[in-house]
Design a protein around this ligand. Structure first.
Ligand SMILES: Cc1cc2nc3c(=O)[nH]c(=O)nc-3n(C[C@H](O)[C@H](O)[C@H](O)COP(=O)(O)OP(=O)(O)OC[C@H]3O[C@@H](n4cnc5c(N)ncnc54)[C@H](O)[C@@H]3O)c2cc1C
Length: 548
């Protein structure tokens, strides 16, 4: 493991990676736009939060070692720190030493589903909290090492559940163990001529089990669907034993219990295997950029494409602020010329629309593109270079988070969704809440938004926030802003479209599903996890469950 850098930073920054640094022109723009001064950085990059001694009793450690092998029960500080939380801005701040950091007492690394069942039984018997850990990319506190009412907590790292178990090419199904990272899954499927088509921005690090546990949604969701649409079956380890679901392509055998597991965020059990629908790998793809004048025109265009069923596998609309950030910070294509061209075409508030089509033949690709363009009237075409620049850079956003944090920036994202008729009101309310909370000395934060997942009835909104970090209270600064945004969201949209509930969204869940809904979740947990050891404090709202 590459220690210090991996522990303190997001870990996304590959040494020497060209896209990991903050370009000088981007720093200048941020300084002019937000008043950022590098001197405002309160947290020294390279500092590491203190790690308390492990509270796991020696006898329990021995029991766990007898199940997975003593060498797979890790208690050294770097191993524990590496699983102390996910990759939210607050997680990263805490790992840099700001605020309290919850560190697991041990990291347990089972080899197979049977070992997971035995580990859970042992933890239930000995009163040890268990935090399932996939890629650790949660941005909602999903992998925070909370103890609940227990004296000790382990991170259950699924990294050794790393196999493609089987492929059924006739039915187009593949069974994966839960710890397989997304790029590995794609490589393994490619050998059989298939793809999953699931490409979230966290693609490079997240796992199959993590996707299922959080109802993840990828950038090509318009073409391939959300992750839960791909799940045909699950195998779950619970403290009460092994549980398998999903034996037929469709079933009327009561409610679909797979959907109790998908999105359960490790609170009901540990997903050990997932049976996934796979698709033939497309041979061709083409991405293009367009510009619409103003948010309303852009959102209307995307709605029309979706409801006419002619959108691309990727269909992504940036609002004026995000378009401006993209024009300024990303570079790569001729920004100045594009701005002049748009002015000449009378565009006053450019909103960038990226569309990506995929097909198995040139003729099919042409037909899909033509169908889109027939409906996409009034858009100014920017051509392939803009679309392909987006495709090339689609995973690079996270790589600049460390550099932004080093420069004293509070940088975070949040997401929601609403029906088309309420989408613009939701965007306005969340933007106002974030701007109101984060404006300081008359300087407004950057609050940028895009639509990236669309449905016949509505779409998701994804917000990115950039603002100089408050040196006196960096954690409180973001917590207040997030609360303001979440409060606005609860009346107009869902508290989460794809990041899941975790710790951060749990207080807002009952506003969405009702107290009765929360009681149903509690009842299911009580049945599957009677001792309550599984992922305390996540998903299900409750009393404070321990130090963060
Ligand atoms: C930069 C960045 C970009 C992101 N972009 C996207 C995006 O485009 N789309 C999107 O959907 N999400 C996105 N996310 C959020 C995150 O990547 C997803 O939530 C992802 O599904 C988590 O997968 P993981 O393997 O990292 O899970 P983890 O972070 O390890 O775990 C997530 C939750 O699931 C539980 N869990 C993990 N594995 C299992 C298992 N096998 N069984 C039971 N519970 C389990 C954990 O306890 C935790 O509660 C992004 C995150 C980051 C940091």
């Amino acid at each position: 493991m590459d220690h210090l850098d991996h522990l303190v930073r997001s870990g996304w920054t590959r040494a020497g990676a060209a896209d990991a640094d903050l370009p000088a022109h981007a720093s200048r723009w941020l300084a002019a736009r937000t008043g950022l001064r590098p001197a405002s950085t309160p947290v020294a990059p390279g500092s590491v939060a203190p790690v308390p001694d492990s509270a796991l009793p020696a006898a329990v450690r021995a029991v766990l070692g007898s199940i997975v092998g003593a060498e797979h029960v890790l208690v050294e500080s770097p191993d524990r720190l590496a699983r102390a939380g996910g990759l939210s801005y607050l997680d990263l701040l805490r790992r840099r030493g700001a605020g309290d950091l919850a560190v697991p007492d041990a990291v347990v690394v089972p080899a197979d589903p049977a070992e997971v069942v035995r580990v859970l039984a042992a933890c239930a018997e000995h009163g040890v909290a268990v935090v399932p850990f996939g890629g650790g990319t949660s941005v909602v506190g999903g992998v925070s090492a909370l103890r609940g009412g227990f004296d000790s907590v382990i991170a259950l790292d699924l990294v050794r559940l790393d196999r493609l178990v089987s492929v059924d090419p006739v039915s187009r199904l593949a069974v994966f163990q839960a710890g397989v990272p997304a790029p590995v899954a794609e490589r393994l499927l490619a050998r059989h001529g298939f793809t999953l088509g699931h490409f979230p921005q966290s693609y490079e690090r997240a796992t199959i089990g993590g996707f299922a546990a959080t109802r993840s949604s990828g950038q090509a969701s318009a073409g391939y669907g959300r992750f839960e649409d791909m799940v045909a079956g699950v195998r779950v380890a619970t403290p009460r034993g092994d549980w398998r679901l999903g034996t037929a392509p469709a079933s009327a055998a009561g409610p679909d219990l797979r959907q109790l597991v998908v999105g359960s965020e490790g609170a009901f059990g540990v997903i050990t295997e997932v049976t996934l629908r796979v698709r033939p790998k497309p041979v061709l793809s083409r991405h293009e950029g367009f510009v619409l004048d103003g948010w309303e025109a852009g959102a209307e265009a995307v709605r029309a494409l979706t409801q006419e069923d002619v959108r691309g596998a990727v269909t992504r609309l940036s609002d004026p602020e995000e378009t401006e950030v993209g024009f300024t910070m990303n570079g790569g294509w001729k920004t100045r010329a594009v701005r002049a061209y748009l002015r000449a075409r009378g565009v006053r508030e450019p909103c960038l629309l990226v569309i990506g089509w995929e097909a198995s033949s040139a003729a099919a690709l042409r037909a899909k593109r033509a169908a889109t363009l027939r409906v996409l009237r009034g858009a100014v075409p920017l051509g392939r270079p803009v679309g392909e620049a987006w495709r090339r850079g689609r995973f690079s956003g996270p790589r600049q988070r460390d550099a932004l944090m080093d420069a004293g920036v509070c940088v975070e994202t949040l997401e929601t969704a609403a029906h088309w008729s309420g989408l613009s009101a939701l965007r306005t309310a969340v933007t106002a809440a974030l701007t109101g909370s984060l404006t300081r000395d008359g300087r407004r934060p950057v609050v940028a938004c895009h639509i990236s997942h669309t449905y016949e009835t509505g779409a998701s909104l994804y917000f990115t926030v950039l603002v100089p970090r408050d040196p006196a209270d960096p954690v409180g600064q973001w917590q207040r802003a997030k609360h303001a945004a979440s409060t606005a969201i609860t009346t107009l949209g869902t508290i989460t479209h794809h990041h899941a509930v975790g710790v951060d969204h749990a207080p807002y869940l009952s506003a969405e599903i009702g107290d009765l809904g929360v009681d149903v979740l509690r009842a299911v947990k009580a049945e599957l996890d009677p001792a309550g050891v599984l992922n305390p404090g996540k998903l299900i709202p409750g009393p404070a469950t321990g130090q963060r």
